[in-house]
Design a protein around this ligand. Sequence first.
Ligand code: HMG
Ligand code: MG
Length: 301
Amino acid sequence: MRVPKTVRVVEVGPRDGLQNEAKTVPTATKVALIEQLADAGFKTIEAGSFVSSKWVPQMADTTAVMQALKRRPGIVYQVLVPNLKGFDAARAANADEVAIFAAASESFSRRNINCSIAESIERFAPVMVAAKAAGIPVRGYISCVVDCPYEGAVSPQAVADIAGRLHDLGCYEISLGDTIGTGTPARIVAMVDAVAEHVPRERLAIHCHDTYGQALANILAALESGIATIDSSVAGLGGCPYAPGAAGNVASEDVVYMLDGLGVAHGIDLAKLAATGRFISAALGREPASKCAKALASKAA
Ligand code: HMG
Ligand code: MG
């Protein structure tokens, strides 16, 4: 199989995973989760977001989380920011990196960040200027790269257009989000190929939610299309509060198991990762969503 020899796995569970929890997760639990993910070998961990706490109350303690973490050299603690206010908070919290987030569909942009796609780009411009001045790298997310929960199918060209704009703004990487997990491999490949006309493949990441159980197949297709960065979430936590019915991200355990089988280097210890998945699942009072995690747990029992 033609897949990259080395892949970077970005752990988004502490943000994308926990933002959608009905119950408040204590700050200490979030901090313990992030520390365990660092122990397991992740080099980029999305630790939280600086968004309106009226919109996403679960992320209201991101400053406290960032302050409590024992920062380790070589690990990038990234946070999501929708505007300059968020960026200023991220900077004050000493975030290593920030991520801005746009959508390929107008309705989702409106529901998620209360503005049009064009307005969101206008809001990101000063964030990019401030980040450049502060030497903080910026990642760009695009939601609804396959389908939108409100508008249905999204054209690959619309995704390519917004990806090009985020890249031109200065994002070092664009993460392509199948927010509601409806994608299938051929549609993912068509979308990646369209985006790659505007942004080099080595600057793309794939971000799959697993609502329809297609995430691993889609990730494999993306790897074969030359993408070498995968977003995933420990224990398959997550969903977006503004994408009704969206399940969690692909489970990090499932991704790491597949990469091991493909002989792809990634630097993550699967046993430690699975233990982390059991820790956060127990804290949330549920089973991990990952089949790999369940299989490893029953083998260990
Ligand atoms: P708005 O109401 O249009 O903004 O919200 P506003 O500028 O009018 O401000 C309203 C209030 O929010 C004000 O407070 C501001 O100070 C405050 P008030 O005066 O009412 O007390 N505010 C902020 N507070 C904290 N941090 C900030 C901030 N900005 C304004 N940065 C806004 C616009 C973008 C703020 C709002 O819509 C929002 O917070 N949305 C968050 C949406 C979100 O976090 N969604 C989930 C993450 S995206 C995702 O999951 C998808 C992804 O995983 C990829 C994929 O799967 O597709 C990345
Ligand atoms: Mg997501």
